[in-house]
Design a protein around this ligand. Structure first.
Ligand code: NAD
Length: 257
């Protein structure tokens, strides 16, 4: 009997992607998945050591560029590197972000600036500076959060920053009309990452805070970063070719009930 073997098609074959905050957590899991699907991925992160270790872990297909999303020159260097090495950019995952706890009575200007500079300003200029490299069919994924549509005690500034991300996608989908470039928000629920761990510890009640998140999540657990990476892969690929301006939740039901 003749058996014909068809290799499964890689969803991102020969695509070029950039992921900010790519050396840890959701960014790293997504970089691994994108490379496994055939993409070349530029990881952008602040610390050389974390970048080197991420690039070594991923191996062929990963390139590290050191920089900070709040620094315009660093972003210029990222996209100049992409332009020089690949000519264009097919996928941008604007994922770098930071959360911190602060009750309204304790919100300082420094807290506000740190959260908004990284999550909001960083996202605006990451996307703006990537655009000249993007062509019809390209996909931009912004990282939102369930907190963008829910309330959490002592988390208002981050929550407002992620609500801003959601509205950027709505407006940029209009600004990008006619270009064929799509922009969507991926909003994770509580996900096991170094960022979440830091936040839980910062609350001073890490075990109770973790349990509260598990209890509030209908699936009864936190996400593994690879589960968020799967949804990022969907949004990056042509499987989502008729989606723009959307918010996709990967939250175990946290914000849906
Ligand atoms: P993480 O801390 O592991 O990853 C965030 C990455 O962004 C880190 O590598 C960090 O160094 C990088 N980063 C932070 N500020 C930066 C800057 N100014 N310039 C460049 N890089 C910077 O945490 P994570 O949970 O993987 O977070 C990824 C994204 O997911 C963030 O936007 C976060 O707000 C969002 N998110 C996370 C969760 C969760 O439960 N883990 C839930 C919802 C949304």
């Amino acid at each position: 009997m003749l058996r014909v073997y068809c290799a499964p098609m890689s969803k991102l074959q020969n695509k070029t992607a950039a992921i900010t905050g790519g050396s840890t957590g959701i960014g790293l899991a997504t970089a691994k998945r994108f490379v496994a699907e055939g993409a070349t991925v530029f990881l952008f992160g602040r610390t050389r050591e974390a970048l080197d270790s991420a690039v070594a872990e991923i191996g062929h297909g990963a390139v590290g560029v050191q920089g900070d999303v709040t620094n315009a020159q660093d972003l210029d260097r990222l996209f100049e590197t992409v332009r020089r090495e690949r000519g264009q950019l097919d996928i941008l995952f604007a994922n770098a972000g930071v959360g911190a706890n602060a009750h309204l009575s304790e919100v300082s200007a420094a807290h506000f600036d740190r959260i908004f500079d990284t999550n909001v300003k960083g996202t605006v200029f990451t996307v703006q500076k990537a655009l000249p490299l993007m062509r019809s069919g390209a996909s931009i994924i912004l990282t939102g959060s369930t907190t963008g549509s829910m309330a959490t005690p002592s988390f208002s500034v981050y929550s407002a920053a992620k609500a801003a991300i959601r509205n950027f996608a709505r407006n940029w989908a209009l600004d990008l009309t006619g270009t064929g470039i799509r922009v969507n928000v991926l909003s994770p629920g509580a996900t096991e990452t170094p960022g979440l761990q830091e936040l839980l510890e910062d609350s001073g009640q890490a075990t109770a805070a973790r349990q509260a998140l598990v209890s509030a999540t209908p699936l009864g657990r936190l996400a593994d970063p690879s589960e968020i990476a799967s949804v990022a892969t969907f949004l990056a690929s042509d499987d989502s070719s008729f989606m723009t301006g959307s918010e996709v939740f990967a939250d175990g039901g946290l914000a849906q009930v």
